[in-house]
Design a protein around this ligand. Structure first.
Ligand SMILES: [Zn+2]
Length: 318
């Protein structure tokens, strides 16, 4: 009886206190782990063209990232999702020395970090009559999500994103070999409605042989038609591996060397050419920007968009 009483006391009074404490501690730990001081939200960035390292407020920098990375005509909720994703990406980079640009947290090379436009540069990319409104709209998307970023399992989410999928996104390990609990393959069916969902590329066998032999010298150069063998696919539907003339190539390498829009492709050969039909645009990991825009158009909020594309995340505020 005494034991039962003791257990009930524990259950009713002490456990909730301990549980509250542990969730508070998690919050404290997260804040401590976050190297960005809330009072000094400044970041350093390398402007690749001028090779200058500059410093500015994180929120101000984000406006320029959004202007460069997402079409400004996209829905407000999609732009807000993009703002939180880009902020998470930058916060995840803080406190890390990047060997490619020591002294700067990020650079404005889209293939390495995130593209970035200053106000004049952004406006020069938009129609004159739209430019002022677009800049204001993007500023509002950043402002309305001020300080918000994503965490998963107490880590800041390295929030990758890309233009549009082939109908599903990709597991990070299938593209880069590294598994992340929040970068899982999810459905993004509305990407198939994009007017440029499908693209194509053609190469003569001579050209294709030259390109492939640089990847693997066992591929002989010349005019002989290449022989396509077994193709394996990822969960997201992209080419994982493809056998060509008996040699195995990774889909991601094929995308890179042939300059394809994505690694989700079909290959057709005839006596003269090797032809690719390609679906979607981008690496396929994380949020599909066009998919996000479709979700926003269907009335979903930026938080729902983010929770769809990034598995098991929480949004917290600096
Ligand atoms: Zn960089």
């Amino acid at each position: 009886m005494k034991k039962l009483l003791l257990f009930m006391t524990l259950a009713i009074f002490i456990l909730p206190v301990l549980m509250g404490l542990s969730s508070r501690m998690r919050e404290e730990d997260l804040k401590a782990a976050n190297p960005l001081d809330a009072k000094n939200c400044k970041i350093t960035y390398l402007e690749c063209e001028s090779n200058n390292i500059k410093e500015c407020e994180l929120e101000e920098y984000l406006v320029g990232v959004l202007a460069a990375e997402m079409p400004a005509e996209y829905e407000m909720e999609a732009l807000k999702a993009q703002a939180v994703a880009a902020r998470s990406y930058i916060v995840s980079r803080l406190g890390e020395e990047n060997p490619q640009h020591p002294g700067a947290v990020v650079c404005d090379n889209a293939n390495h970090c995130k593209a970035h436009f200053d106000e004049d540069e952004a406006k020069s990319h938009w129609k004159k009559e739209k430019a002022k409104g677009y800049w204001e709209k993007i500023k509002n998307a950043v402002d309305e999500t001020k300080g918000e970023y994503m965490v998963c399992e107490e880590q800041v989410v390295e929030a990758f994103f890309f233009a549009r999928s082939s109908g599903r996104t990709e597991n990070s390990e299938d593209v880069w070999g590294e598994k992340r609990p929040y970068l899982k393959s999810v459905e993004s069916a509305e990407d198939k409605t994009h007017p440029e969902f499908e693209s194509s590329a053609q190469f003569s066998h001579r050209n294709a042989r030259r390109i492939l032999s640089a990847l693997n010298p066992k591929i002989k150069t010349g005019d002989k038609p290449l022989e396509i063998g077994n193709i394996t696919r990822t969960t997201g539907g992209s080419v994982a591996t493809v056998e060509i003339d008996g040699e195995v190539f990774r889909g991601t390498d094929m995308r890179r060397v042939f300059g394809l829009k994505s690694a989700n492709f079909l290959i057709n050969t005839n006596s003269k050419t090797l032809a690719f039909t390609v679906f979607g645009y981008g690496h396929g990991v994380g949020m599909s920007q066009f998919g996000a825009n479709c979700m926003a158009g269907n009335g979903e909020k930026y938080t729902e968009i983010l929770s769809h594309y990034y598995t098991n995340i929480q949004i917290i505020r600096l």
